[in-house]
Design a binder for this molecule. Sequence first.
Ligand code: SF4
Length: 276
Amino acid sequence: MSTQPRGAVPLHSQSEASANEAPAAALVRRAAALNDAFGKADAADRLSGIVSSAAGRLVFTTSFGLEDQVLTHLIAEAGLPVVFATLDTGRLFPEVYALWAQTEARYGIRIQPFYPRHDAVEGFVRDHGINGFYDTREARKACCDIRKVEPLGRALSGADIWITGLRADQSAARGGVVLAEADAGRGLIKVSPLLDWSRDRALTFAEAHRVPLNPLHGQGFVSIGCQPCTRAIEPGEPERAGRWWWEDDAAKECGLHVGPDGKLVRTKSQPAQVLA
Ligand code: SF4
């Protein structure tokens, strides 16, 4: 149930902040206010409340997974002033590109692409080989930095709020995800409106609203990233077991939700889990 009427503007931010308040402290205060106001709201009301609270540009980064498609539906159907962005690593499944086009057509939106720097990709492939990310953990992280983390920085440049499709039950590392958290490194607030949704709930919503989905989900590909780094999972395996499956389970993140110090961004119940 909603705790705020849709479109309310309960939390405006920087104008209320003390002139002497440090930017990081102001972000923490704003995130806490969003959690208090919308922590128990439904996803649509969370989104509209978050939009109303924004002091600048809102960016939703989608990788066209199930949760991202649900959020795209909610944002587009409500006509919210949110920028859609995606990171094209150059190593995505063909099905992802098809879904990208299908999603734009279905909702009448344009999803802004962010590509890796060509000289960085050329240097990585020259030094490590075309699939050098399999060789060492350091090479894998370097590839993710080049193809994902650096483009994400450009996608979020100047943004006030970053909307993501994280769910708390996707993995142990994401267990402490909260609705809103301060990302002081990027100078914004990161929000996860589906944090308390289950995968089944997202699937039920998507089917009810005919949200376009990646057909690979039906073949055991639950969490879908780059093609060479994603495999289908077996029944009973954790959702993210198919990502970087050759590495230890404890640290399967690409860096997009990891702070500049290499740690998972601090959450309410899980203070700074180390992922390196
Ligand atoms: S997921 Fe694999 S191919 Fe994609 S950026 Fe990371 S290491 Fe490179």
